[in-house]
Design a protein around this ligand. Sequence first.
Ligand SMILES: [Zn+2]
Length: 277
Amino acid sequence: MSRFRDKREAFKQRAEQGVKDRQKSAGKYSVVRLGKIDNINFFKPSPDKQKRNLIDIIPFFVTQNWAAKMRGFNGDALGVEVGDMLYKLEVPVHGQGCGALEFPQLCLKSAFGKPCSVCDDRESLKEDSNVDEDIIGTLYPRWKVYYNLRDKNEPDKTKRRKVWESPYHSFEKFFLDEADMGTEGYVIFADPEEGKTIKFKGRKKHFKSKGGQMVDYLEAESIEFIDRKRQYTEDDIKKSISFDKYLAIPTYEEVEKAYLGTEDDSEKGAGKKKKEK
Ligand SMILES: [Zn+2]
């Protein structure tokens, strides 16, 4: 009887571990490991020409000391302290398919001004005139922007709170352009108390990938800032996801291993690794 109970206990633990691992792998494809959080609804902008996207961007509270030194797309350090508000986390990413990368990796150079294995390799390849420029192009980081938002078009009210992982050059860049009113100042669209609802079209665009396939993506168009129906409180902000808390910051060596594809070997040879120990 007690052995059965032991087995049941072990079974339960394995089952729980399976659930935990599933969550881990769900977040593996992003450098912000949101797979650790339950019940996230992700926002996908609609390409529907008749119906514009309507979103309110809600700030989050900074939780990590290193956030002060992290750099945004413009290259400046964020200079924020724990407890400060940010409305987005801009993250430079070396994507899948760059070298042997199976999962995206944070670019330590663009994010923190530290050495980055992929960037180092890119710079040395540039010296070599035999290397295809297209290949060098894949070795630049791409910027992703993470937002907490309310999707005003979501019919299910309980699912309106969403997270958006968006490519910088398709959305944030256009939001900022539109927010700059020149001599009249800026629209602080993500301000919790004076912010605006962003209304925009998702325009379908595509580009030809290196392999010759057409890749579709969306880009913001016809952006308008309209008055919000309601503003947001500190409680709303507390419910936002602090993306800095989930950012996977690798070491130089970890990026290097993944980029060169030497990481896989050590995983496959787990038995061998044990023997060596
Ligand atoms: Zn890099």
